[in-house]
Design a protein around this ligand. Structure first.
Ligand code: SF4
Ligand code: ZN
Length: 313
């Protein structure tokens, strides 16, 4: 079977949602075009930007960094890696992001939790009381990516959230009736506090599988190890359910996300009285670190879990 685009090479990739069979070269060009279109549609980048790219050693952030760097050569970009201190895993991922930064010829900032703050993610074990480590890890990463971007004087941060991640997060917020989270799940999160850096998600147009195929065909350095704490989380189980739906209705994820952004989100924002992201709850300064928080007169989530950790130490 020949590629439906070029008609010359053998087709290797089947995109069920659009019934397209493509050769690797045409697939990669399509993925890059989709990311550029997303960036244009949501006005994610401007020529004065100097952006940070959150990298983890995984397929999504490698794909993101490669496509951004290649498509927007003139925009300054810095890769930011947080060394979480997870035995074997963090070192392995660090080697991958170092290789990636060489391939795309962009600077890499490595922030070591242990060196900078004196703890590692596994140290949170005594504070999570049976909950998943990923919750503490997520809080630490969200906080630090924002803070590092701010401290470096960059204009915004790009993250590798893809279509599957976003559909899963929207689906979960619907299930929980969490309107605040639903309104924040946007492709672009603007600056709503002087220290809250704008966030962009250029990969929301690519599925998990497309990111994996892209990184593989481009031969990008991606981790081969799984984090020891990533054990069949609820997120993974919800993704499996959504994949079952997509098996029956191939366009399910694309239709779901586009209905949400085009039809539901504007209604939700209207219902919230035209308030922008975060306004519905307010954004305050953390009394401990001075960074933004939704908690009035209370330490931010990051400061809370770090102080708990120190008390347990
Ligand atoms: Fe952190 Fe969980 Fe990812 Fe491991 S699997 S790096 S603990 S978020
Ligand atoms: Zn704080």
């Amino acid at each position: 079977m020949k590629c439906k685009k070029c008609g010359a090479n053998d087709a290797e990739v089947y995109l069920a949602y659009s019934n397209l069979k493509l050769c690797p070269e045409c697939f990669m060009l399509l993925a890059e075009r989709k990311v550029r279109n997303t960036i244009e549609t949501y006005k994610m980048l401007s020529k004065n930007d100097n952006i940070g790219i959150a990298v983890s050693g995984g397929k999504d952030s490698a794909t993101l960094a490669y496509i951004l760097s290649r498509s927007f050569e003139k925009i300054p970009m810095t890769l930011i890696y947080i060394d979480l201190g997870i035995p074997d895993y963090s070192q392995h991922c660090l080697e991958k992001v170092k290789e990636l930064s060489k391939i795309i010829d962009r600077d890499l900032i490595v922030y070591s939790l242990e060196k900078e703050l004196g703890f590692r993610i596994p140290d949170f074990k005594s504070t999570i009381y049976g909950r998943k480590m990923c919750s503490a890890c997520g809080t630490v990463k969200r906080y630090l990516f924002n803070k590092i971007t701010y401290d470096l004087g960059l204009t915004k941060i790009a993250t590798g959230h893809n279509l599957d991640d976003t559909v899963e997060a929207i689906f979960n917020s619907y299930m929980e009736g969490n309107v605040g989270a639903l309104v924040r799940l946007k492709p672009v999160l603007p600056k709503t506090h002087p220290k809250m850096m704008p966030k962009i998600k250029p990969l929301i147009c690519l599925t998990d599988m497309e990111c994996l195929l892209y990184a593989t065909y481009r031969n990008l350095p991606i981790r081969m190890l799984e984090c020891q704490f990533a054990k069949r989380s609820r997120t993974i189980r919800r993704k499996e359910v959504l994949n079952l739906l997509a098996d029956k209705i191939p366009s399910f994820k694309h239709t779901f996300i586009s209905s949400h952004y085009r039809r539901i989100l504007p209604l939700l924002e209207k219902a919230l009285g035209g308030q922008s992201v975060g306004d519905e709850m307010g954004i305050f300064d953390c009394p401990v670190c001075g960074m933004p928080t939704s908690l009035r007169s209370m330490p931010c989530h990051f400061c809370k879990i770090v102080s708990l950790l120190k008390r347990k130490a």
